[in-house]
Design a binder for this molecule. Structure first.
Ligand SMILES: [Zn+2]
Length: 366
């Protein structure tokens, strides 16, 4: 379905430029499940452990302006976002003035309510289409997850049974180490259900379509919506004077890319454009800080291989099942060692989905 979009709509928003308090020289803070890294002058990224054994937290970007803070992505759970606010306050006493979600996926925005509660004057920015998906999916996901007898409640009950009986789903004894992991996962999932049951959706109060350029004190911040790539509308945040790029999930190294419900055909030229941005520091949606474009190039190779090989088989009249069982992407896997050492089951899941999405994309069906 085609969507109406105002192309190249440019908004210049001038923000206050009062000089603020200089940052302290102390090392960026950390807590039990996250650490902050300085990625430039007054620019930080927060890297988190996973929320549960099923859900990650997004990375979070922190840009300290002259009289306020601009935050990128608020993680999967409000409790994590509240802990991030503690980390941010250790670096600066300036209030968070802006929060943006790079796309609608909930591991990037469920935590928004924590910022709204802590900073009542907060401006929440969203790309216009994502804002709709974000609101609907937060409501859907929290109700689906917390309903009586939900799949999430059943799988939690299954984990609890494994813990109390000391036997896994196949009846095999659970080791003491695995039992400790089980206890951790059970506690995380119980907390997840409590937080999802209370989840409050935060409605954005500044929408944009294609581009939004902010003069945030002495910092220039450029937001750009690339359209269909990893999600229907992926927004990057670029600081041209600092040469720092926050990519959202257009770039994910965890260690594999995230391909579920993606648009590989449109994603390829987006990655080429990202490669052309003169960024010295890249903060992906998930995964470690990057200082060059090599990983982006490798992800592009994977998408190019998938789409071109799928197209060749479509031309032979093969079915999706045949294509999924035949396409071999192991040569591209070998381009990046963490992909090689990732579990085979994870690689298989990511590439099976990538092939399916490519199969739709090359035929103009998604
Ligand atoms: Zn994500």
């Amino acid at each position: 379905m085609s969507r109406t979009k105002i192309s190249h709509w440019l908004v210049i928003v001038s923000l206050l430029t009062m000089s603020g308090v200089a940052l302290g020289a102390s090392a960026p803070p950390r807590d039990a499940t996250a650490h902050m890294e300085r990625v430039g002058d007054g620019v930080y990224a927060i890297f988190h452990d996973d929320a549960t054994d099923e859900w990650p937290h997004s990375n979070t970007g922190v840009i300290v302006g002259d009289d306020g803070v601009f935050v990128i992505d608020s993680t999967y759970l409000p409790s994590r976002a509240r802990a991030d606010i503690v980390l941010i306050r250790e670096m600066t006493k300036k209030p968070v003035k802006y929060l943006i979600s790079t796309h609608w996926h909930m591991d990037h925005n469920n935590g928004a309510i924590a910022y709204r509660e802590a900073f009542p004057g907060l401006t929440v920015i969203n790309e216009r289409e994502s804002a709709k998906f974000l609101e609907l999916n937060q409501v859907f996901w929290s109700k689906l997850s917390t309903a009586e007898g939900s799949a999430k409640r059943k799988s939690l009950a299954d984990l609890e049974k494994q813990f109390t009986t000391g036997k896994d789903g196949d009846g095999k004894a659970v080791s003491e180490t695995d039992k400790k992991e089980l206890a951790k996962h059970i506690a995380q999932r119980k907390n997840e259900l409590v937080e999802l049951a209370q989840l409050e959706v935060v409605t954005p109060n500044l929408l944009f379509d294609r581009d939004l350029r902010l003069q945030f004190g002495h910092k220039r911040i450029e937001l750009h919506n690339w359209g269909r790539g990893n999600s229907p509308d992926d927004v990057t945040i670029y600081l041209p004077d600092d040469k720092i790029l926050f990519t959202g999930d257009l770039v994910v190294q965890s260690p594999l890319p995230y391909t579920l419900a993606s648009w590989p055909v449109g994603w390829i030229p987006i990655l080429k454009d990202l490669e052309a941005i003169p960024a010295d520091v890249i903060i992906p949606g998930h995964g470690p800080l990057m200082h060059d474009k090599s990983y982006i190039v490798t992800v592009r190779h994977l998408l190019e291989a998938a789409t071109s090989r799928v197209e060749a088989m479509v031309r032979q009249g093969r079915t999706l099942d045949q294509i999924q069982s035949t396409v071999d992407l192991s040569d591209v896997r070998r381009e990046f060692t963490p992909w090689v050492t990732a579990p085979d089951a994870d690689w298989a899941a990511v590439t099976k989905e990538l092939v399916e999405r490519s199969w739709r994309g090359v035929r103009g069906q998604g």
